[in-house]
Design a protein around this ligand. Structure first.
Ligand SMILES: [Cu+2]
Length: 104
């Protein structure tokens, strides 16, 4: 299991909502959020990630992240993970992640 971090920028004049993600390299990809609840770090699934017009969503350790599970091939440091972000209106946006052994 790997975690995906990065910035999702919205260059559109209207709000865009990310509702799913997938990758040919993983059997299961989901959007998660880590929160501290009663002093305990917990993860929950995020069904909708709205990104404001000209704004961005930041996925980083301790907050929003992608959960990448069931890799279909070996993942190695420096490798690339191809990702597809699915928007609420059905459009699909390609993205690429770089594999690192520690979060930047
Ligand atoms: Cu998670």
């Amino acid at each position: 299991m790997l975690a995906g971090f990065g910035r999702i920028a919205n260059g559109c004049a209207t709000e865009q909502v990310v509702v799913a993600a997938r990758s040919p390299g993983f059997g299961d990809v989901s959007l998660h959020e880590t929160r501290m609840i009663d002093g305990v770090s917990r993860m929950r699934g995020v069904e909708r990630l709205p990104v404001a017009p000209a704004g961005e969503a930041v996925l980083q350790p301790g907050g929003l992240h992608l959960m990448l599970m069931q890799p279909t091939a070996a993942v190695e440091e420096g490798g690339q993970v191809v990702l597809v972000l699915v928007l609420a209106d059905g459009r699909e946006v390609p993205a690429t992640l770089t594999v690192r052994t520690s979060a930047p």
